[in-house]
Design a protein around this ligand. Sequence first.
Ligand code: HAM
Length: 423
Amino acid sequence: MKIRGVKGMNDLLPTENPAWAWVEERFREVFGRYGYSEVRTPIVEETALFARSIGDSTDIVGKEMYTFGDRSGKKSLSLRPEGTAGAVRAYIEHSWSGREPVAKWWYMGPMYRYERVQAGRYRQFHQAGAEIFGVADPAIDAELLVMLDYLFREVFSLPGVELRLNSLGDAEARPAYLAALREVMSPHREALCADCQRRLETNPLRLLDCKVPTCQPLVEGAPTLDAYLGDEARAHFEAVKGLLDAAGVAYTLSPRLVRGLDYYNRTCFEFVSGDLGAQNAVCGGGRYDGLVKTLGGPDVPAIGFGLGLERLVSLVSEAAPSAPAPALVMISAGDDESFQRCFRLTDALRRAGVSVDLDLRRGSVRSQMKRADKSGATYALVIGERELEEGEAALKPLRGEGEGRPVRLELEALVAALGEGAA
Ligand code: HAM
């Protein structure tokens, strides 16, 4: 029986990777410009880290993690379902708050969730994300959102991506709100979906963003968090909105926007696109001021986001390159005697910084020229018996300026000529 890849875990083939690389390069560049440094944490962490940060009662921890014992049988480990928990663990473990009062970290990499697979939802997916530690000021919330708005609108030319914004308030105000929510929703218990019946007990906040059609009208009448925000949380949210308005960043207030992870407080947000179908969130994040302390670190405020790269790549597919760049020069040997010279020349040119391909299928010059043309190379260079005798070969432009007008070059000077040209 043929062994197939694991369901929901995709191969990224050579035809897809130019678009991925294009997206990743842009992230690296923009993160650098906005003052972020890269962090790489392991894909595997202790299960307890995710349970304590994302929350025991969340879908992610309750039913979506890939969890296994290590060989000693003493530790429960999990593949990371997201990047924040590992970043916070590393921040604490390396006493980073003592090194840098403000740390701006970014990461990119695979995450794992055992979810129901559908378009845009996978079991291995990739996120580009960032976490900022040490700033309580609402200006950092706005700065983060301004950067994301710039990325979507200008860098990736996606004007259809919309920012949805909410404040979850502070932890102190949460119990009063949850009590009110339970009171209003409990009489509807029987009409709620099975997940929401469970959430009513364990995590009532998640009732608000249930996507099941029969739950939605029931939730419409539920109280929203905005009436329960404390004075400080309200002032914080007003300041964030004020800065976004001043920066010309458009947003929609979404009082029912809650997130699937428990660590958030105050500002939370998602960027959604109508072009993504049911899985419309391309990015999500928010503040998590209590998490560093909860995990045993100092009392340091924090905020961050995670952005789904599969979803982003599907949105930018038209603007991004769809094929690997062809070689600049395709070299063809006229006959077996010349092949050795071509072989050496190819390597010398590659070392001189020129992207070169050598036709290893050989055969007639005619068929090699056809292949050179099809390969997308800019130039073809044929070296055969005659070229070796004359010490010269014709560099033939296959496309663009000069097409059909070969340039004669001395074989001895080829590396210098093309190497310089490429520089
Ligand atoms: P999240 O909303 O769970 O947040 O995930 C962020 C993004 O990852 C989503 O908006 C979506 O684009 C993508 N994503 C999530 N699950 C899948 C999946 N199964 N298949 C494809 N894409 C997916 C977090 O992960 C938080 N750690 C974000 C954060 C960072 N908050 C603060 N700092």
